[in-house]
Design a protein around this ligand. Structure first.
Ligand code: ATP
Ligand code: MG
Ligand code: ZN
Length: 342
């Protein structure tokens, strides 16, 4: 799991606990004024604990006897306190802290017989944060449950669509491959995915389906369009030049995140420096992938055989060697939707 995300979550838990205890303090101030005996009881509870702790440490009396006495004493104080609260028409648990998660008391962890375990609320927080950090905003709409192959023509027309099978058969094949990509993310042998094709034929949709599924499984995913990716790198370079790096997570994620998505490759402004950066990203990620999942999906309007014209030969061969290439084809679904609306 991702360390910076853990830090964020643990800080959130601390803040939640603090606010739960702050609320208790406010209520106490109020109750103590109304029922001074309760302040006494709280103090007695504290002192009882201390007193019996001492007795146990000093060993002046048998431990079991001390603990039994302690429990009886605490129980009677607690009863008296609850009784008083009820008499003054407060709920009996009025002075107990109210945690968002009752199982872990907003610590994120649960004590079990076999040690500390991660609470389910922690996992959920982790996944939510992954979503929000992934840059993907459409996950509710663009996921496998909304996948609709009937938007893809089922007739074969090689001249029109540029493929030998129907666009529908094609998209179903790509979906199958996408599903096995998800299953095999951890396998270093599993190749990266390269999606090419004209506008509006479902490249970004497929990418979002894959991202949604992996995020649900707790994987780290970073989505960037090529222009944003190169801007992130550029900003980082400028920061290092000026010697004021405050946060390099955005940059370091590019190299270490379990799935990096580069959407719309080829729409960035072309400079030699960018191709060197792209080569650096692809090479580093391929190396990292040998020890931990570090997969990449690229989507572009550039045809596979045009790659050599757009990019440095080394970039092109890195892509052709390390990626499975898929050609998306069909009608422009954005246009289809517009026509259907009118
Ligand atoms: N398999 C699918 N099932 C349902 N809707 C889809 C599917 N594929 C694409 N769409 C819808 O079609 C529209 C265009 O798809 P998408 O944005 O993925 O195209 P694209 O290939 O990424 O285009 P561009 O090259 O312009 O980025 C979107 O509104 C998307 O929600
Ligand atoms: Mg797109
Ligand atoms: Zn919890």
């Amino acid at each position: 799991m991702n360390n910076s995300i853990h830090r964020i979550i643990l800080n959130e838990y601390e803040a939640k606990q603090k606010s739960a205890y702050d609320r208790v303090q406010l209520k106490k101030d109020h109750v103590y004024k109304k029922i001074p005996r309760i302040e006494e009881i709280d103090r007695e509870i504290q002192l009882t604990g201390i007193k019996y702790n001492k007795a146990i440490l000093l060993g002046t009396e048998p431990t079991e006897k001390v603990i039994d006495e302690l429990l009886v004493k605490l129980e009677s104080l607690k009863k008296e306190k609850e009784q008083l609260l009820l008499e003054f028409s407060f709920p009996a648990n009025y002075l107990e802290p109210e945690f968002e998660c009752k199982s872990c008391k907003d610590t994120g962890f649960i004590e079990t017989a076999s040690g500390l375990e991660i609470c389910s609320c922690y996992r959920q927080n982790y996944i939510n944060l992954l979503f929000s950090q992934s840059n993907i905003k459409l996950l509710d709409e663009e996921n496998f449950s909304h996948f609709n192959e009937s938007l893809f023509p089922d007739k074969i027309d090689e001249k029109k669509y540029g493929i030998k099978i129907s666009p529908r058969e094609n998209i179903l094949k790509i979906r199958e491959r996408a599903l096995s990509f998800i299953e095999n993310l951890d396998n270093p042998e599993e190749k990266n995915l390269f999606f090419s094709g004209p506008t509006g034929v479902g490249k970004t949709f497929m990418i979002n389906c894959i991202a949604a599924e992996l995020l649900k499984r707790g994987k780290t995913v970073l989505y960037q369009t090529a222009p944003v990716l190169f801007k992130t790198i550029n900003d980082y370079r400028l920061m290092t030049l000026k010697d004021n790096i405050t946060d390099d997570t955005g940059y370091s994620n590019i190299f270490s995140v379990e799935l990096l998505i580069i959407d719309d490759l080829g729409t960035e402004s072309p400079t030699a420096a960018r191709y060197a950066e792209l080569l650096n990203i692809l090479t580093t990620r391929q190396k990292n992938n040998l020890s931990a999942p570090c997969k990449t999906i690229i989507s572009t309007n550039i045809g596979i055989n045009k790659l050599h014209e757009y990019y440095d030969e080394r970039v092109a061969s890195r892509i052709i060697g390390g990626f499975d290439l898929f050609r998306f084809a069909g009608e422009d679904i954005r246009m289809l939707k517009k026509i259907a609306q009118n």
